[in-house]
Design a protein around this ligand. Structure first.
Ligand code: M6R
Length: 612
């Protein structure tokens, strides 16, 4: 979850490191630090608890640090509370090595005890410090930076992306990766490491993704990569076509709002290339119709909002393919002894493509023989590379911790996948297929009309931001949609919220409804509109204040029971959540704004969750 950046070149390193870290702060933001090899040969380290700005002020935007080679880090604390001393980089006792790390060194206690017995004194409570101290310990034996790194990597267990400096080798950074993202950036007379490509967009678009077990040596001359056996590896370079501006706020007060408003464009990019003459065509998919027909089981596996997309996908895929689909939280799938074989398809959904729980589930599925198809936003990410098939969502970089455009594009891709599977299996009704494809084409435009009414939602949020607890209720697709609305609200506004299947309320939870409780009643799905209305009447009878979400064609009918109604344009049933989610995203955003929350960097969270 931490952000990592490293630079070797001819310019002053610290300002470049700070700039790179500013693009990575969403990965973790409880402390930050940089280390440079200073011209007089020593390693200079500056670090501080708090946001990156605290560090930047401390070193005057980097001007105070003179080296041309350096490493930088933003932290999301795992071992040891956020504090100056626990911040990275960590330095060995003799001052020869500085280390930044993303991941967890699982056997750090044992190594720490070993080193303490050797007389080493530790400064921090972190697992990472053992890497710096162990490097110095082995270096004192072999006097070779690369060899010392090899010995450390053979000794440590767990997940890591590491950037390492050695005062005796002032021309290089050594980087290593296992189960945590790390990429190499190739420039002219300068080279980079980063945990995420957004840190590098301003400097280079030529990148290579490090694989597990690889070690890279970066100098101004180039980057040499070695496998776990220390044999040279020829890396395939990729050109990234994301615009540097895509990782900037572009006039919006928050990335989240910008990304909400980018959804029509993101949907166009996800949908248009896959619509040809009224049919869904996945040119980028290897899974053949024969293989689809041979499938005996389908799982959808993901975390957080991506899991909520999976919940919606279950309804649509089962409807379109008449096959049973199981949706699993990735963190549960791995340990659930899942029934998976060679005829099982596991659909993995992830914006970042780096979520460790999802990655672990993917590996579990593959080990059991499943075919893994992933729906991923970040090109070249670990999940994309390890899947048998990958469908990209093309949403562009998503920076806000609360996902919006990635959710919408994942959903569109999954809906299209359902239609394509339904066609391959001959289970989808031809008229429904044609109608849904027509509506898919119109989806970005309809979403624009939803966004055009953002002020109605802002007004409503301004009147209702003070609730302690908010319920989202709905049936079927609206229930799955409510899960996302509720998560959005709680993660950025810190209001307690629950999403419930409307019909389930009366089995216990309705006891929490009292005078003035806010209930967001989702009733976009026409087939269950009347039933959903009955549940609204039930909560109203217990004093709830209701905000209803429905479609334009039902607005009037709904207003008979509920005065506060938001409406989205009518569309094909399975596409309703794609429109319905936008008012919920905006509601969460404006409520959080009213409450003065740090919307893009909510407390305790990080964008990319690379620990279990
Ligand atoms: O990158 P992923 O899609 O794998 O991330 C999964 C979740 O961590 C993510 O959706 C999380 O729930 C978001 N913060 C929700 O807004």
């Amino acid at each position: 979850m931490c952000g990592i950046v490293g630079f070797v070149g001819r310019q002053q390193a610290a300002p470049i490191l700070l700039d790179g870290l500013s693009k990575l702060e969403y990965r973790g933001y409880d402390s930050a630090g940089v280390a440079v090899v200073s011209p007089d040969g020593g390693i200079e380290v500056r670090k501080a608890k708090g946001r990156l700005q605290v560090l930047s002020d401390l070193i005057h935007g980097g001007a105070d640090m003179d080296g041309r080679i350096g490493i930088g880090h933003t932290r999301w604390a795992t071992h040891g509370a956020p504090s100056d001393v626990n911040s990275h980089p960590h330095v060995s006792e003799g001052g020869k090595f500085a280390v930044i790390h993303n991941g967890i060194i699982e056997n750090y206690v044992e190594i720490k005890e070993f080193l303490i017995r050797q007389g080493v004194h530790f400064q921090s409570e972190t697992d990472t410090e053992v890497v710096a101290q162990l490097l110095e310990f082995y270096y004192n034996e072999c006097r070779d930076f690369f060899e010392a790194v090899g010995r450390v990597l053979r000794r440590i267990e767990g997940a890591y992306a590491l950037g390492m400096l050695c005062a005796d080798c002032p021309d290089r950074i050594i980087a290593a990766r296992k189960d945590a993202p790390l990429l190499l950036g190739y420039g002219e007379g300068e080279n980079f490491i980063a945990s995420d490509v957004t840190a590098l967009l301003k400097y280079t678009r030529d990148v290579a993704y490090m694989e597990d077990g690889e070690v890279a040596v970066l100098t101004t001359e180039g980057i040499k990569v070695f496998d776990a056996l220390q044999q040279p590896v020829e890396k395939e370079r990729h050109h990234v076509d994301w615009e540097a501006a895509a990782a900037e706020k572009g006039g919006y007060p928050h990335f989240m709002l910008k990304e909400i408003f980018e959804q029509p464009e993101a949907l166009r990019r996800a949908i248009s290339p896959r619509l040809k003459d009224g049919r869904i065509v996945f040119d980028d998919m290897k899974l053949t119709p024969e293989r689809i027909r041979a499938l005996s089981r389908v799982f959808i596996v993901a975390c957080g909002s991506s899991y909520h997309v999976g919940m919606l996908g279950k309804y649509t895929l089962e409807h379109l393919t008449r096959r049973s689909v199981e949706v699993c939280l990735a963190s549960e799938f791995r340990y659930a002894d899942p029934i998976v074989d060679g005829n099982t398809l596991v659909i993995v959904i992830s914006q970042s493509g780096e979520t460790l729980d999802t990655m672990a589930a993917l590996r579990e599925a593959k080990a059991r023989g499943a075919y893994v198809l992933s729906i991923v936003n970040v090109v070249g990410s670990s999940i994309a590379r390890e899947s048998d098939d990958v469908l990209y969502t093309w949403a562009g970089p998503e920076i806000a911790v609360a996902t919006t455009k990635a959710y919408s594009t994942q959903l569109a891709v999954l809906d299209m996948l359902g239609l394509a599977f339904g066609e391959a299996l001959g289970t989808v009704d031809a008229a429904e297929y044609a109608e849904t494809v027509r509506e898919l084409e119109k989806l970005p435009e309809k979403l624009e009309t939803v966004l055009a009414h953002h002020e109605d939602i802002q007004k409503y949020a301004a009147e209702h931001f003070n609730h302690n607890s908010i319920f989202f209720i709905g049936r079927n697709l609206d229930y799955a949609l409510g899960l996302e609305g509720s998560l959005k609200l709680k993660e950025i506004s810190y209001i307690h919220s629950e999403a419930y299947a409307s019909g389930e309320l009366k089995h216990g939870t309705i006891s929490l409804i009292e005078e003035g409780t806010l209930v967001v009643a989702l009733g976009t799905y026409g087939k269950l509109f009347d039933k959903a209305m009955s549940n609204v009447v039930e909560v109203k009878a217990r004093g709830a204040e209701v905000l209803a979400l429905t479609t334009e064609s039902r607005r009037e009918e709904r207003q008979k029971t509920v005065p506060n109604v938001l409406a989205v344009p009518d569309t094909a049933d399975m596409l309703l959540p794609s429109l319905g989610v936008v008012p919920l995203q905006l509601f969460a955003y404006y409520v959080a704004l009213q409450r003065g929350c740090d919307i893009d960097k909510p407390r305790n969270l990080a964008k990319s969750v690379t620990v279990e």
